[in-house]
Ligand binder design. Structure first.
Ligand SMILES: Cc1cc2nc3c(=O)[nH]c(=O)nc-3n(C[C@H](O)[C@H](O)[C@H](O)COP(=O)(O)OP(=O)(O)OC[C@H]3O[C@@H](n4cnc5c(N)ncnc54)[C@H](O)[C@@H]3O)c2cc1C
Length: 364
């Protein structure tokens, strides 16, 4: 529930008191969800259905990565598939139907070392909330060459699991030299007749086991010391080839292809979290399987915390889990008060609740 107070009264909540200056109105939210990708909408839906009147702040990339997805064919419940933007509108309609409030704004700062937490936005708004669900996702690193944007969804892809199926019997190019490039390249051999891995150096960053699988595969070829300088299309408006440049002698080349899969890195949207929440070496939030971060009441879902599965279906599942955890946290806040914010909740025995383990309660 949202608590509103005016004219200098003390606003009490499960976490203690907050003073509101005379004449100002302060709204204390139970849950704020940051991000409007699959994880964010699902967290908003579940929190709304739990009667928590969540506020969801969309961010500048409305809909997240799905909104640049031409066709989603692997999200259950839609046997015919649907466009990414259509799926986003369905997510939004369902969350709003149960009372999720949507703000089209971008978060510029969060304060999580005092409770209630504070969220500040680009439109100079400031919110207070008892719990936070962080769903700020990630973005693929783009090649940033001519043709890339134009042919995204028309031969350019960043997800073999999502789009490999569309390239049965086709010739493909994979750009990159790390684990993802080789994993996805190997996956694409199930569909393609040939996969050329274009790498800017003459050795790979990928693990040795993936390298030997790729080197041994009769459908995979390597194009070394080469970068893609443009992605080209044909009269049907789909990819027909790439222009390349040799990184050693500058020579230009052309490679004919039906599709370009780009794996040159995945960047988590973590600007808000540096120095505030635990991040791993790649910049993802470190959340446990119950979506708990190192601060009680702050949860993370979707690609901001998941660098393994990176799918709509998995992000949706994590968004659901985070909202259920937030609900548990709010109940425990009400019943037991605010836990020490310096205590890492990932060590709590019960997910979301700072209770003692059953054996300790029995011993008291
Ligand atoms: C081209 C492409 C095609 C894909 N195709 C498929 C597919 O067919 N099937 C499939 O299962 N998966 C597909 N994926 C992967 C899928 O889109 C992602 O796994 C999924 O979108 C991740 O969801 P998310 O909610 O974690 O984050 P994202 O979708 O990354 O959304 C992040 C959200 O956070 C918001 N945000 C970021 N920073 C802030 C901030 N400071 N303040 C407020 N909001 C903020 C952004 O605006 C955005 O709304 C594809 C990905 C790409 C790039």
């Amino acid at each position: 529930m949202v608590e509103t107070n005016q004219n200098g009264a003390e606003m009490q909540n499960g976490a203690g008191a907050k003073t509101v200056k005379a004449g100002e109105e302060e709204t204390l939210h139970d849950v704020i969800v940051i991000g409007s990708g699959p994880a964010g909408w699902t967290a908003g839906l579940y929190a709304a259905r739990a009667n928590l009147e969540p506020l969801l702040i969309t961010g500048d990339d409305y809909g997240g990565q799905v909104s640049i997805t031409y066709e989603v064919e692997n999200y259950p419940g839609f046997p015919e598939g649907l466009s990414g933007p259509d799926l986003v509108e369905k997510f939004k309609a369902q969350a709003e139907r149960f009372g999720c409030v949507v703000e089209y704004d971008h978060v510029t700062e969060i304060v999580v070392d005092e409770h209630p937490f504070t969220v500040r936005t680009a439109q100079s708004k400031e919110y207070r909330t008892k719990s936070l669900i962080l769903c700020t996702g990630a973005r693929p690193r783009f090649l940033e060459v001519p043709g890339e944007q134009e042919y995204t969804g028309k031969g350019v892809s960043y997800c073999a699991t999502c789009d490999g199926f569309f390239f049965r019997g086709k010739e493909l190019v994979v750009v990159g030299g790390g684990d993802s490039a080789l994993e996805e390249g190997l996956f694409l051999t199930k569909f393609a007749t040939n996969v050329k891995v274009i790498h800017r150096r003459d050795e790979l960053r990928a693990s040795k086991i993936l390298q030997s699988r790729a080197f041994d595969h009769d459908k995979i070829e390597f194009v070394w010391n080469t970068v893609v300088t443009s992605i080209n299309g044909n009269e049907n408006g789909v990819v027909s080839g790439v222009t390349t440049q040799d990184t050693q002698n500058g020579a230009e080349g052309e490679i004919a292809t039906d599709g370009v899969f780009v794996y040159i890195g995945h960047i988590p949207n973590n600007d808000l979290y540096h120095g505030k929440l635990d991040l791993d070496g790649d910049g993802h939030l470190i959340a446990d399987p119950f979506t708990r971060t190192n601060i009680p009441g702050v949860f993370a879902a979707g690609e901001i915390a998941d660098k393994v599965f990176k799918q709509v279906a998995t992000s949706v599942g994590q968004g659901c889990a985070a909202a259920m955890q937030a609900e548990k946290f709010l109940a425990s806040l009400e019943a037991e008060g605010l836990p020490d914010l310096n205590e890492d909740p990932r060590a709590w025995p019960t997910p979301g609740v700072p209770s003692k383990p059953a054996e300790l309660v029995a011993a008291d």
